[in-house]
Structure formats: structure tokens, C-alpha cells
Design a protein around this ligand. Structure first.
Ligand SMILES: C[S@@+](CC[C@H](N)C(=O)[O-])C[C@H]1O[C@@H](n2cnc3c(N)ncnc32)[C@H](O)[C@@H]1O
Length: 274
């Protein structure tokens, strides 16, 4: 896996981003398991991990299904899927397969999935309507979409306010827009799902106010480590601003008095009618 970016995944496909996704998964894993339980995910089902990346959640899905049923890790990055495939082989999960596909362009199996799990992918798609059409088409009647996406990214702030951090967050959001994504895609999801005939079974926002010693601090914090350089690479920040962001971030992270408001996310379970 090289340093170069893959297609238009704005965060890039490289070992640093892979490690960041791993850390992110550890922080959010318990929420995912709870959502799967609420959605009735069970052994024997057909599941798609849509936008699976390196497959951290895919491995948990296979484990949750106790070796029965089938899990497809779908992503448009062959590098990430190679990692997912190798990890599945190493851990002996024979019910995992990988599928290189673009969620907007299609390539999904039709009427196949009991559950589609999709976390942090719809924020990046350039055409939400087409992606949702493909995903709904891949569900069996009665199948469920289980989503975790950003609802309002602009809530990501430091307390007390830090100007360079506000700039950083705004530039991150700009970079996603520039690549056709929407960092607050969750605002559009319930209506878009209902317009496709799905019934919303569960919806819940998540937002936390945390201190630097909270393990969750490391989740957006890890993005802070690579994000400013990435934005310089994309021409959205100058190196001076990037240095200031890093310095202010290190100060906040070492402060006994700092807090962070996390970017608000939304969890949704939506069911296709039988
Ligand atoms: C932030 S990562 C999330 C990975 C994984 N879902 C997780 O929770 O760790 C976003 C992933 O979405 C993939 N992706 C972005 N747009 C996509 C598209 N249109 N079709 C398929 N995959 C896409 C990227 O390649 C990347 O692996």
C-alpha cells in the first residue's frame, strides 16, 4: 500500500489512514455491536459491509455470525480489500468474501442481503440517491440498512474555542465537499430512506463532551495527526496554518482544562417492507 491516494477517497488509502481506521473501530466497536443486536443481526444471514475499508467491522460481523451465513466486504479500494481478505484468511473466517465495487455505480448482488452495515461511507459518496438506490436494491424484502454516519460535523469543537482548530474543521468539511461528499449527510438520510419506502425502526444521535484523558479523545485526535498534512497536500491549508493547528492541538491535548465536543453522528436502522 503506497502513499498515493486512491480514486477520490479524500482521506487517502495508505498505512497511516489504515491505522487510523483501526483505532476508530476500537473506539466505536461497542456501539456497532449494540446496533447489530438492535437490528436482529444473527447467524445464517447474508450481510454486506458497504464501504468496508480494511474490514475491521467485517471481522466482527463474521464473528457475530458464528461462521454461518455470508459477509461481503464491499469497497472501491482494492488495497483496503486486500487487507480485509488477508485478515479474514489469517483469522480463518471462510464466510467472508470481498467485492471491489463503487457503491454509486452498483455491482451489488440484487435482493440478497438481510442486513447492509454501512459506517462512514455515505459522507464520501458524490451521489447519495444513486448509492441508496443500489443499497436498497441489494436488500431482500424485510432486509435492514444499519447506518452510522455523521449528522452534523460542525459540532466538532474544542472548549474553550481554539481558532486554528475551527479553521481545521472547516477545511476538513470543505475537502469532503470538494470531493463530492457531504460531512453532514445524516441530515438527509431519514427523508431519503423513507422516500424509498423504507421504514425507520431506530434513529439515535451521538455526541460527547470529553476530556483529553478520555480514550475517545484519540479518535478525532488521530485524525489530527495526519489531517493537516493531507489538507496541505490538497492545497486547502498552507504549511504555516498546519503547524499552528498541530501546536494548538498538542497544547489542548496536554491541558487539564480542555474539552472536546465530538462531531455529531446518527445511527439508523431502516427496514425494506416485506
Ligand atoms: C472512513 S472509511 C470507513 C471504513 C469502514 N466502513 C469503517 O467503518 O471502518 C470510508 C471507506 O469508504 C470507501 N468508499 C468511499 N466511497 C465509496 C464508494 N462510492 N463506493 C465504495 N466504497 C467507498 C473508502 O474506500 C473507504 O474504505
Amino acid at each position: 500500500m503506497g502513499k498515493t491516494t486512491d480514486g477520490d477517497y479524500v482521506l487517502g488509502v495508505n498505512p497511516e489512514e489504515l491505522a487510523r481506521l483501526g483505532l476508530q473501530h476500537v473506539i466505536w466497536r461497542s456501539r456497532a455491536l449494540e446496533l447489530w443486536r438492535k437490528a436482529g443481526l444473527s447467524p445464517g444471514m447474508n450481510v454486506i459491509d458497504c464501504g468496508a475499508g480494511p474490514g475491521f467491522a467485517t471481522m466482527d460481523l463474521a464473528e457475530w455470525m458464528a461462521g454461518a451465513g455470508a459477509v461481503i466486504a464491499l469497497d472501491r479500494s482494492p488495497d483496503y480489500l486486500r487487507h480485509a481478505g488477508a485478515e479474514a484468511a489469517r483469522r480463518g473466517f471462510s464466510n467472508i468474501s470481498t467485492l471491489i465495487a463503487d457503491a454509486v455505480e452498483g455491482g451489488f448482488p440484487e435482493d440478497w442481503a438481510d442486513v447492509i452495515w454501512c459506517r462512514w461511507m455515505l459522507i464520501f459518496v458524490s451521489d447519495l440517491d444513486r448509492a441508496l438506490d443500489r443499497m436498497v436494491g441489494a436488500l431482500k424484502p424485510g432486509g435492514k440498512l444499519v447506518l452510522q454516519e455523521y449528522l452534523d460535523y460542525s459540532t466538532w469543537r474544542l472548549m474553550p474555542r481554539v481558532d486554528s482548530f475551527e479553521l481545521f474543521r472547516n477545511k476538513v468539511m470543505e475537502s469532503w465537499h470538494q470531493f463530492g461528499g457531504d460531512p453532514s449527510v445524516g441530515l438527509r438520510l431519514p427523508a431519503a430512506l423513507e422516500a424509498r419506502g423504507l421504514v425507520i425502526r431506530h434513529v439515535e444521535p451521538t455526541l460527547f463532551v470529553i476530556r483529553p484523558d478520555d480514550p475517545m479523545w484519540r479518535w478525532p485526535g488521530s485524525f489530527e495527526a495526519t489531517g493537516p498534512d493531507r489538507l496541505v497536500e490538497l492545497g486547502l491549508l498552507n504549511p504555516g496554518d498546519a503547524a499552528q493547528i498541530r501546536e494548538d492541538w498538542a497544547k489542548a491535548s496536554a491541558s487539564r482544562f480542555a474539552r472536546m465536543v465530538t462531531p455529531t453522528q446518527i445511527e439508523i436502522i431502516a427496514q425494506k417492507p416485506i
